[in-house]
Design a protein around this ligand. Structure first.
Ligand code: FAD
Length: 382
């Protein structure tokens, strides 16, 4: 088959590779380019974690880890650093129990244990914590470059910048009109990230999606942060709250796990800095990670999220069009394996059991989003 993959973020690239590996003629296009700051996959690092509260996600994360390692071996670049992950707060014991049941090594930490693995964190003696040594950091930009190289090596043509202007169904499949050419193909995969609403609605596909902005800030603290674990701090009883991860060359990255709704600008090439969110990051660091606070933040970055009401993606097919969107802030780590799933769905193969939760009919287009109170006022929950 001839396939056009629109969008070459971390959803589109492994899909292009999976379909090219299977012998299809694949053309991938992206209006901004791979790792461009306007998209959700931009930036140097993401957390990699086996740690999840749902056993099915641990299964997917394990399969994905195998793919990341194979990509690493093929690229000759280090793509993962297993610096570990600290889970801290009321939900840590439940997550640790789920990991233990799945056979993933996990260590419950007392206050002394927290100080041992992450000395810059504040002493919170009453709070449960756990350490997952096999988790850590993904080098996201290098990972995308490796995915693009693997897709090209499998025979895919990747073209950037090239923008899809229109998509029509034809008797033979699809016609994709771009700013450069007209592409007739059997099928199209739309992995357009935060642009999904503007691309899908003209095709009659309405999904409950909210674009949001994630903003992260970097601290260098005493300088030992490069080897510190990634972090999830469940600051509220049922919320992840704050996450952190070391980002070599930049600092220890801190972000609030709340989606700030954005007024959607389909032509955005970058996202505005928001001072109040940086203040919230700073307040958290001063109170909860004082060892990082001495000199920061020295850098703040913004990146768009695509939120869904249940925090899961939409991956499904309508005729010759496959939709793959809804990153909700935690998709990067899964994508080498999810790209294979998107490839299966695009080929019309029966979806895997795990894919049931990604169907586009699982909720109505007007499904409301949960609102959570945050230090910055009400936000869409993640
Ligand atoms: C601040 C932040 C922190 C995160 N932290 C983590 C983490 O720690 N761990 C984790 O696993 N995940 C994390 N994520 C989530 C992860 O990064 C995203 O889920 C993922 O990058 C989404 O990828 P995507 O391919 O769906 O979207 P994108 O990367 O945005 O790709 C969509 C692409 O489509 C292109 N496009 C759009 N319209 C068109 C068109 N008409 N024609 C051609 N091209 C088009 C765009 O240019 C874009 O490149 C985080 C996300 C953010 C924002």
């Amino acid at each position: 088959m001839k396939v056009v993959v629109v969008g070459l973020g971390v959803m589109g690239l492994p899909t292009a590779r999976a379909l090219a590996d299977r012998g299809h003629e694949v053309i991938g296009i992206d209006r901004h380019g791979i790792s461009a700051p306007a998209g959700s996959s931009a930036g140097a690092t993401r957390i990699f974690r086996l740690a999840h509260d749902r056993p099915g996600d641990i299964v997917l994360a394990r399969k994905s880890l195998e793919r990341w390692r194979a990509l690493e071996a093929g690229s000759g670049e280090q793509l993962l650093d297993h610096v570990g992950l600290v889970l801290r707060g009321d939900l840590a014991p439940a997550w640790a129990a789920t990991l233990r049941d799945a056979g993933v090594p996990v260590e419950e930490l007392d206050a002394a244990g927290v100080q041992r693995v992450f000395p810059e964190l504040a002493h919170r003696p009453q709070e449960p914590a756990a350490f997952v040594p096999d988790d850590g950091v993904l080098f996201a930009a290098k990972g995308l470059a490796a995915m693009a190289a693997a897709a090209r090596a499998a025979g895919a043509e990747l073209s950037t910048p090239e923008r899809m202007l229109e998509l029509e169904e034809t008797p033979a499949g699809v016609r994709v009109t771009t700013n450069l050419r007209v592409l007739d193909a059997d099928i199209a995969v739309l992995a357009v990230g935060p642009w999904a609403q503007t691309v899908l609605e003209p095709l009659g596909i309405r999904l409950p999606l909210a674009p949001g902005i994630g903003q992260v800030s970097y601290w260098r603290g005493g300088g030992a942060w490069e080897r510190r674990p990634s972090l999830i701090d469940f600051v509220a009883p049922d919320k992840m709250g704050v996450y952190g991860l070391p980002t070599p060359g930049k600092g220890y990255k801190i972000g609030l796990d709340y989606g700030c709704e954005a007024t959607w600008d389909p032509d955005a090439t970058a996202w505005p800095h928001r001072g109040y969110e940086e203040e919230c990051n700073r307040d958290w660091v001063i109170s909860h990670a004082p060892g990082l606070a001495s000199d920061g933040p020295h850098l703040t970055e913004s990146c768009p999220w695509t939120l869904t009401p249940d925090n899961e993606y939409f991956i499904d097919r309508r005729g010759p069009i496959t939709v793959a969107t809804g990153c909700s802030g935690h998709a990067f780590k899964f994508m080498p394996i999810i790209g294979e799933l998107i490839g299966d769905i695009a080929e019309g193969k029966p979806a895997w059991a795990e894919a049931d939760i990604y169907g586009i009919d699982r909720m109505a287009p007007d499904t409301p989003f949960e609102r959570v109170e945050t230090p910055m006022g009400p936000r869409v929950g993640i």
